[in-house]
Design a protein around this ligand. Structure first.
Ligand code: 4NP
Length: 156
């Protein structure tokens, strides 16, 4: 059975499309592209249809990740389609939780930070930050995606 992983942030133009690209890259390296599918979405639809923020695209490209996702709003059907939903911060968690069609489906939601070796309680929004904010997000996501992949591999 195929596993489907969804990353969620607020705008779906910085953190979650970066997580999607990093995770997909790791999945490809592990030779698991046929078995693990990856997507991302936002809890705010104001950037729907947009490519990721150019600052994130540039920072990610320097590390070898190509960000081509088009932003979209998370929808109720995502709770059926995906096996795991990873949120970047507590605000995302609250909003995604509220959208969950049932308590059982809400159990699919986890915080990305729980897969990271960090004292931080969330993946900080880089939108209003400088370049260091984007580098920090990429550092956290590379760490978290590696741990997440090990977890998902055990569930295949
Ligand atoms: P993201 O960053 O949630 O990591 O995609 C943001 C992008 C856009 C906005 C906020 C955060 N915004 O307010 O438009």
């Amino acid at each position: 059975m195929k596993k489907r992983i969804l990353f969620v942030c607020l705008g779906n133009i910085c953190r979650s499309p970066a997580a999607e690209a990093i995770f997909r890259h790791f999945v490809q390296q592990a030779g698991l592209s046929e078995r693990i599918e990856t997507d991302s979405a936002g809890t705010y639809g104001g950037h729907a249809g947009d490519l990721p923020d150019p600052r994130m695209r540039v920072a990610a490209a320097r590390r070898g990740y190509d960000l081509t996702h088009r932003a979209r709003l998370i929808r109720e059907e995502d709770f059926e389609r995906f096996d795991r939903i990873l949120v970047m911060d507590d605000d995302n968690y609250e909003r995604v939780h509220r959208l969950a069609p049932s308590r059982e489906l809400a159990r699919k939601i986890d915080r990305m930070r729980d897969f990271c070796h960090t004292e931080r309680s969330y993946i900080p929004d880089p939108y209003y930050e400088g370049q260091e904010g984007f580098e920090l997000v990429l550092d956290l996501l590379e760490d978290g995606c590696a741990t997440l992949l090990e977890t998902v591999k055990r569930e295949l």
